[in-house]
Write a protein that binds this ligand. Structure first.
Ligand SMILES: Cc1ncc(COP(=O)(O)O)c(C=O)c1O
Length: 382
C-alpha cells in the first residue's frame, strides 16, 4: 500500500517573487518575520564586544537553528557553533563551522551515532559532567579511531547539569587520562540569570559565574592540567565577563534575534528585537481582539515582566490568553481601530522556542519581505 505524505505547509506561496509587503496575500499567517538589518547589527555588536574583550565567540545555534544565520555569524568571525542536541549538530554540520560543541551530556549509542561523522571530520567537541558520560565518549571515540575533545561542565548555580566546582578535577583528570579523549577545558551556563529581577541581580549571577570558572581553572592548573578553553557567558551574562577572569570563549544565543525576556533582563533595547510573528485578526468583540496565532505558534512561554507578549506596534495591546490556534489580544479601549482581516505583529517572549516550530522564516529589510530563511534544525530534539 502506498503511503501518502504531506509537506509542511508554508506561509509564503511557492514561486512568489520577492520582495513583497508583509500584508501581501501571498504570505499566509501566522508567519515569522525577522528583520535582517537588526540581525546583522546584533551579530556585529556581539562580535565587536567579543573581539574587544579578547573572547572567542561561539554562538549557540538553538536560537535560530538555521544554516543561513549560522553562516552569517561565522562570516562575522564567530569561532565555531554550539548546539543543544546531536540532531542539531548533524544539521549545523553543513555550515562552514570548523568546530561544533554539543553542550549537553550525550547518553546512549543512538545519540553518539548522530555525531560520528563530525567526530571523523575532527569538528566535534563534547561535554561531560560524570565518569559515566565520559566512559561512553571514550568507547565511542576509540571505536571510531579518533580523539575527541571534551569540556567538563561546571555548575555555577543554575542547578541543571554540571558538577560542583570541587568535583571538577576528578572528572577532568579522568578525561585527560583517556587515550581517545582530549581534555580541552571547562564550560558552564548561568541560565539562572533569567530569574534575577534586577540589573544588579544579573550582574551578581554573572560575576559569580566568572569567579567560579576562574577558581576552577586555577584548581585544574594546580592539578597539572592545561586548560585551553574556559567557555561561559550567555546573552545576559556575557557583558559582565572579562578575559582576565580566565574565560576564553562566550556562547550567547538569543542575542541574534533578541526577545522580550532579553529586553526585560536589560540585555537589549526594544529596537534590537529582530523577530515578530505576523498574524491576522479573525474576530473582534469590544476590547477582545482574536488572531490566528495561538500557543501552537507563540508557545505558552510567560515572562514575569511581559506576560505572554504584546504587539510590536502597540505596547498597550497585550496577548491576554491563548488556545491552540487562537491568540486573544486585550486592547485598553473599544476604539482600538483594528478590524477583522488586519495584520498585526507580536513580539516573542522566548524566540528560541518560536524557531523550533517554524520550517522557514521570512527575512525583511526596510519593512518588506526579501528572503526566505530555512529553519534547518526545526524539531531536532533527538
Ligand atoms: C548550554 C547553553 N549555552 C549557551 C546558551 C545561550 O544562552 P542565551 O540564549 O541566553 O544567550 C544556552 C541557552 O539556553 C545554553 O543552554
Amino acid at each position: 500500500m502506498s503511503r501518502v505524505t504531506f509537506d509542511l505547509p508554508r506561509a509564503l506561496r511557492e514561486g512568489t517573487i520577492l520582495p513583497i509587503a508583509p500584508d501581501d496575500p501571498e504570505l499566509d499567517t501566522p508567519a515569522l518575520l525577522v528583520d535582517l538589518d537588526i540581525v546583522d547589527a546584533n551579530i556585529a555588536r556581539m562580535q565587536v564586544f567579543a573581539d574587544s574583550e579578547g573572547f572567542l565567540l561561539r554562538p549557540h545555534a538553538k536560537s535560530h537553528k538555521s544554516l543561513a544565520i549560522a553562516n552569517r555569524q561565522l562570516q562575522a568571525r564567530a569561532s565555531g557553533l554550539c548546539v543543544a542536541t546531536p540532531s542539531e549538530a548533524e544539521v549545523l554540520g553543513a555550515s562552514s563551522a570548523d568546530d561544533i560543541l554539543v553542550a549537553y551530556p550525550l547518553v546512549g549509542a543512538r545519540k553518539l551515532e548522530r555525531v560520528a561523522e563530525l567526530a571523523l571530520q575532527g569538528r566535534l567537541t563534547l561535554v561531560s559532567d560524570s565518569l559515566n558520560v565520559t566512559a561512553g565518549y571514550r568507547d565511542f571515540a576509540s571505536r571510531l579511531g579518533v580523539t575527541i575533545p571534551v569540556l567538563v561542565e561546571v555548575d555555577t548555580g543554575m542547578n541543571r547539569a554540571g558538577v560542583e566546582p570541587p568535583l571538577v578535577p576528578g572528572i577532568a583528570l579522568d578525561v585527560a587520562r583517556s587515550p581517545s579523549l582530549e581534555f580541552l577545558g571547562i564550560m558552564t551556563h548561568a541560565g539562572h540569570a533569567h530569574d534575577a529581577p534586577t540589573a544588579d541581580g544579573i550582574a551578581i549571577v554573572a560575576r559569580r559565574e566568572a569567579q567560579v570558572m576562574g577558581d576552577v581553572r586555577a584548581d585544574l592548573e594546580r592539578a597539572g592540567l592545561v586548560v585551553p578553553v574556559v567557555s561561559a557567558g550567555s546573552t545576559l551574562t556575557s557583558p559582565f565577563l572579562r578575559a582576565s577572569d580566565g574565560i576564553t570563549e562566550i556562547r550567547p544565543g538569543t542575542y541574534v534575534y533578541n526577545d522580550l525576556r532579553t529586553l526585560g533582563r536589560f540585555a537589549c533595547e526594544p529596537e534590537n528585537i529582530a523577530a515578530s510573528m505576523l498574524a491576522t485578526i479573525v474576530s473582534i468583540n469590544g476590547t477582545r481582539i482574536t488572531m490566528d496565532a495561538g500557543n501552537k505558534t507563540l508557545t505558552s512561554s510567560r515572562d514575569a515582566v511581559y506576560g505572554y507578549g504584546r504587539l510590536a506596534e502597540r505596547e498597550d495591546v497585550v496577548v491576554a490568553r491563548m488556545s491552540e490556534e487562537h491568540g486573544v489580544l486585550a486592547a485598553p479601549t473599544h476604539d482600538h481601530g483594528y478590524s477583522v482581516g488586519d495584520r498585526v505583529r507580536i513580539l516573542p517572549i522566548h524566540v528560541c522556542v518560536w524557531m523550533d516550530l517554524q520550517s522557514e522564516v521570512y527575512g525583511t529589510r526596510g519593512g518588506v519581505v526579501v528572503e526566505t530563511i530555512s529553519v534547518d534544525g526545526m524539531r531536532r530534539s533527538l
